[in-house]
Design a protein around this ligand. Structure first.
Ligand code: FPP
Length: 271
């Protein structure tokens, strides 16, 4: 069993939920069966994260590149997303979770976009945990969009090119609106970033688990958090002593998210 120090938990955890397809194939089932089992893991891990009082959880639910998968798999995933949002709506609201989507949401089918917008709007003033679903998301695409926006401002004479700095770019990346990920977990045995949070991961701690996402347990999640607590973050600097305080790469919290408002309002059911 993992023992965690609640004072030094990561504020923002991002997860690449990999391994659904292999989980299904190992059982001779269609890939969508793995995604369905994976959506149960999403429920478990969201509850665990909320119970721990994490400020942010970002889940890589559908990449921009995933549109290239077979149509039946894409449609199945979209239906699962809709089911998830409909069935979790009450728990999200009751537990003070703010849900939002990041990515090219305009590409989502209307039935998913509608429920996403509805839950996002209903939960927009919740300050307990920001749950971001990366949907139709790509890290490169997000940076390109920011570059386009800066270029437009410069072309309109509203921005001097010399005034473009890291902060100007970061401020235009929706995935980092509430801060950069402290810990990025990838399940399923692969060790790559796969176009997830490219800018934001600059100083994230990376943690890879061999467990396929449908089998990923709350205890596995705690193990990742425990490993994070054993890491020393240096942000490119040199530690000068045991009490060295490293600068935070956190962006200031915005839009009414208060860091201290983490305890659950309602006990979360299930594990
Ligand atoms: C990667 O596994 C996973 C995905 C592309 C989709 C993730 C979706 C879910 C966990 C379920 C729905 C999401 C929510 C938020 C309810 P893979 O298919 O690439 O697995 P493989 O590497 O074994 O083929």
């Amino acid at each position: 069993m993992t023992t965690l120090d609640v004072r030094t938990l990561p504020k923002h955890v991002a997860i690449t939920m990999d391994g659904n397809g292999r989980w299904a194939e190992q059982r001779g089932r269609q890939r969508i069966v793995g995604h369905r089992a994976g959506s149960q893991t999403v429920r478990r891990i969201v509850r665990a994260a909320r119970r721990l009082g994490l400020e942010q959880l970002t889940l890589y639910a559908f990449s921009e590149q995933n549109w290239g998968r077979p149509q039946d798999e894409v449609e199945g995933l979209m239906a699962l997303l809709q089911d998830f949002l409909l069935s979790e709506r009450e728990d999200i609201l009751n537990n003070n979770i703010r849900l939002r989507g990041v990515g090219n949401l305009s590409k989502l089918p209307e039935h998913v976009r509608e429920v996403m917008t509805s839950v996002a709007q209903a939960s927009q003033h919740n300050g307990g945990m920001v749950l971001s679903l990366a949907l139709s998301y790509g890290g490169r695409e997000e940076i390109v969009e920011a570059a386009r926006s800066l270029a437009r401002q410069a072309a309109a004479g509203a921005l001097r090119p010399e005034a473009i700095d890291e902060e100007a770019v970061r401020a235009l990346l929706p995935s980092l609106e509430y801060g950069e990920p402290d810990l990025m977990i990838r399940t399923g045995g692969e060790q790559r970033i796969s176009n997830f949070l490219l800018w934001g991961s600059a100083y994230s701690e990376l943690y890879f688990s061999d467990v396929l996402w449908p089998d990923y347990s709350v205890e596995d999640f705690y193990a990742a958090l425990g490993a994070f607590q054993g890491r020393q973050r240096r942000f490119g600097l040199v530690p000068t002593g045991p009490d060295v305080v490293m600068p935070s790469v956190e962006a200031p919290l915005r839009r009414g998210v208060s860091p201290g408002s983490s305890p659950c309002q309602t006990p979360l059911s299930g594990s």
